[in-house]
Design a protein around this ligand. Structure first.
Ligand SMILES: *Cc1c(COP(=O)(O)O)cnc(C)c1O
Length: 369
């Protein structure tokens, strides 16, 4: 029997496909790939990946080889790139699974080049660090690659990529500096055979204009409805709706407190609804006494701390019939997009998405509404 008290996470696969098509149109004539790391940002790669493939996506980016091994069987005709690099000694397994590693260091390049020479040439991606200082070839390593073509000999480079540090701020000067450095370094490299694809933009980078599109863009967050540019209206369709159930309703008197630590004290008699979702489900604990849910379309503020399995909200302003035990309330929904909830918690939509727990009943919608 289904547990009627559990929260429901609705994931609109049709909206993901619509978002993919919008980004693809914006990036044209560049190709549009998709970042599906971290189980498609927590939404379920096994469901999301086939939908993106149906929408036309042929380039999929994951973080780890494990993630790549999990989705590659769903994608016999698409390319799966492993962005966190080639783990030492993993060349055989990577190649055997038909995964394409993103080579981030000279030792990784050397290991792949050796595999290509000893067994068979297999494509790989080079990542250049142009200012994020996270993954990718350093400036010094790039100068060595440029100075010594033997380091890439017999290694088919399918793509050269970099990643922007400040793409969600269109005015940030680092965007243009990274673009210029990337182009300069790519021009200095010599490639045998088919020229590689060049790739810079993730979600936010697509909105920086066509200079940043190059040959292929690799959005993640925007596909899943997160706003790509902090200061602008969000053009993406919402993908996630998170509804909790009201488990209990109580009257509270003036002076009473609610929740651990007794952090909220009622200044007037009111009513409190207790909802069955907490930080174990990915509701940020930072929302305590800050955020709100929407009940019957009306904002109802969180009172007290977020606990592991529960939150409490003030419903004193709602008529009793608008708010009943068993009723679904929107934690993320039409009135409260994921970015608004994230802002109230002092975080970003990415973190909220990837934190959404496994305890929800998940419902996937397949058709564009
Ligand atoms: C995660 C990631 C992406 C996708 O980023 P979004 O901001 O979610 O669009 C693209 N490229 C790299 C290197 C990444 O790590």
């Amino acid at each position: 029997m289904p547990d009627e008290s559990s929260a429901v996470l609705t994931i609109d696969l049709g909206a993901i496909a619509a978002n993919y098509r919008l980004l693809q149109q914006m990036a044209e004539p560049a190709l549009c790939g998709a970042a599906v790391k971290a189980d498609a940002y927590g939404l379920g790669a096994a469901m999301v990946v086939p939908m993106l493939h149906r929408a036309g996506c042929r380039h999929f980016f994951v973080a780890t080889m494990e993630e790549g091994l999990a989705i590659k069987p769903l994608l016999p005709t698409a390319t799966v790139y492993v962005m966190n690099g080639l783990p030492p000694g993993a060349a055989r397994e990577m190649a055997g699974a038909d995964l394409v590693p993103v080579l981030n260091t000279l030792p990784q390049i050397e290991e792949w080049r050796k595999y290509c020479a000893d067994r068979q040439p297999r494509p790989a991606v080079l990542q250049i660090d142009t200012g994020l200082a996270r993954l990718g070839l350093s400036h010094g390593e790039m100068l060595r690659l440029i100075g010594d073509p033997r380091l890439l000999q017999g290694l088919p480079v399918a793509m050269v990529m970099t990643h922007l540090a400040c793409a969600d701020d269109p005015e940030h000067p680092l965007n243009r500096r990274q673009l210029a450095l990337f182009c300069e370094l790519c021009q200095a490299l010599r490639f045998g055979g088919t020229p590689p694809l060049f790739s810079i933009a993730a979600s936010s980078g697509i909105f920086l204009g066509s200079d940043f599109h190059q040959d292929l863009v690799r959005p993640g967050a925007a596909l899943y409805g997160v706003a790509p540019t902090a200061s602008a209206a969000n053009p993406m369709r919402a993908v996630v709706r998170l509804q909790g159930k009201i488990l209990q309703i109580r009257d509270v008197d003036l002076g009473m407190t609610v929740g651990y630590g007794a952090t909220h004290k009622f200044q007037r008699p009111s009513r409190v609804a207790t909802i069955g979702a907490g930080y174990a489900d990915g509701i940020p604990r930072a929302l305590g006494n800050k955020g709100a849910v929407y009940i019957d379309g009306k904002r109802s503020p969180l009172v007290g701390r977020v606990s592991m399995d529960l939150i409490t909200v003030d419903i004193g302003h709602l008529p009793p019939q608008a708010c009943q035990v068993g009723q679904a309330v929107d934690i993320i929904g039409p009135q409260q997009p994921i970015d608004d909830l994230a802002r109230d918690a002092g975080t970003i939509g990415y973190e909220v998405l990837t934190s959404l727990g496994s305890r929800y009943k998940r419902r996937y919608l397949a058709n564009p509404a």
